[in-house]
Design a protein around this ligand. Sequence first.
Ligand SMILES: Cc1ncc(COP(=O)(O)O)c(C=O)c1O
Length: 359
Amino acid sequence: MTRVFNFSAGPATLPEEVLLQAKDELLNWDDLGMSVMEISHRSQPFMTVAQEAEQDLRDLLQIPDEYKVLFLQGGARSQFAMIPMNLLANKISADYLDTGIWSGLAIKEANRYCTVNVAGSSEKQGYITIPSRESWRINPNSAYLHFVDNETINGVEFPTIPDVPLPLVSDMSSNILSRPFDVKRYALFYAGAQKNVGPAGLTIVVLREDLLGKATFFTPSMFNYELHAKQGSMYNTPPTFAWYLAGLMFKWLKKQGGVEEMAKRNERKAAKLYQFIDQSEFYFNPVDPSYRSRMNVIFCLKNEELDEKFLQEASVQGLANLKGHKLVGAMRASLYNALPEQAVESLVNFMKDFSQRWG
Ligand SMILES: Cc1ncc(COP(=O)(O)O)c(C=O)c1O
C-alpha cells in the first residue's frame, strides 16, 4: 500500500519511520511480551518512557528547570478553562488577543471565569491579519495575556513573540516544535498533540513553577495544574499510548536535527507554496503576507465552482485532506513537521497542472 501525502490540519500526518517503529513494537514492547498499551502507567518500564519523553522535549525546546512540563488530557480546549482557573489568583481580569477563530473560542470560555479585556482584535478584518502592537490596549491589572501563536483555521501566525508587560500565555497547538523560541518569555504555553506532536489524546502544558498553587477554590482536581505537577502527570491514568508515541516523535525530531532543522524545512515548505500561489492568476491567499502561517496555508481558487473538482483530482493524485475548515471554506494545506518537503513539491506540481487545464 502506498501512503498518501496527508495535508490534514489535525489529527495530522506522522512520520512513516515512527509509525513503523510503533507497529514493530505493538505486540511485544521492550521484550515484555505485551504492548506498551497494556502495562501500568506506574510500572518502571512506563515511567522510563514518560521520563525520557519529558527530557527529550526539554532538550528540544531548551526548557529551563524552573518550568514544569505536564502531559495532560482534555485537549487544548480544556486549557481554555484551566488557564483562568489556575492563573487568575487574586485578579479579576485577563487580557486576550483576538486573531482568529481559536482566539475567539478561548475568549468565550475565559469569559465564564473573569472579565476579559480584548487587547487587540482582527475580527473586523476577517482575521486575515494581526493588529499592530501600538494599537493594543493592555490592562496592566490583568493576570496574564493570552494569544494563539498560530491560528490553524485562519492561517495566521505570530512571526515573533509579542512584547507585553503581563505574564504571557500561548496556545501553540499547531506550531509547537516548528521553530526554536525563548521559553523564558512565557509564563505558560500549551498544545494539543494531534498536529505537531503525535496522536490525539495528549495535551502538553509547560508552565513556570511559581504559577502553581494559585487555583481558585472551585477548580476541579483534574483541572488543577499543581496537583498534576506534584503527581508527575499521573494523578489519574494518563493516555499512555499517546505519551509513548509523542516520545517516539521527540526522538525522531532529535534525529532530524531538532527544532532548528525543522524551522528551516518548514520555512522552505511554506515559501515554496506561497510563492507559487502569489505568482498564480488562478489561486490566491487572502492573508496579510507579514502574518502568513508556515503551518496552515490557506488558498482559494478564483473560480469557486472548481473547488470540488480540485479536491477530487488532488485525492486521486494521493494529495489528501486539502479541504479548508468548514467555517472559512476554500483550501488549506497543513505543513507540519512530519510532512515531507516532497509533499509540497507534489502539491505545487498538481496545482500548476490543474490551473493549466482549467484556467
Ligand atoms: C490553535 C488551536 N487551539 C485549540 C484547538 C482545540 O484543540 P482540541 O481539539 O485539542 O481541544 C485547536 C484544534 O484544532 C487549535 O488548532
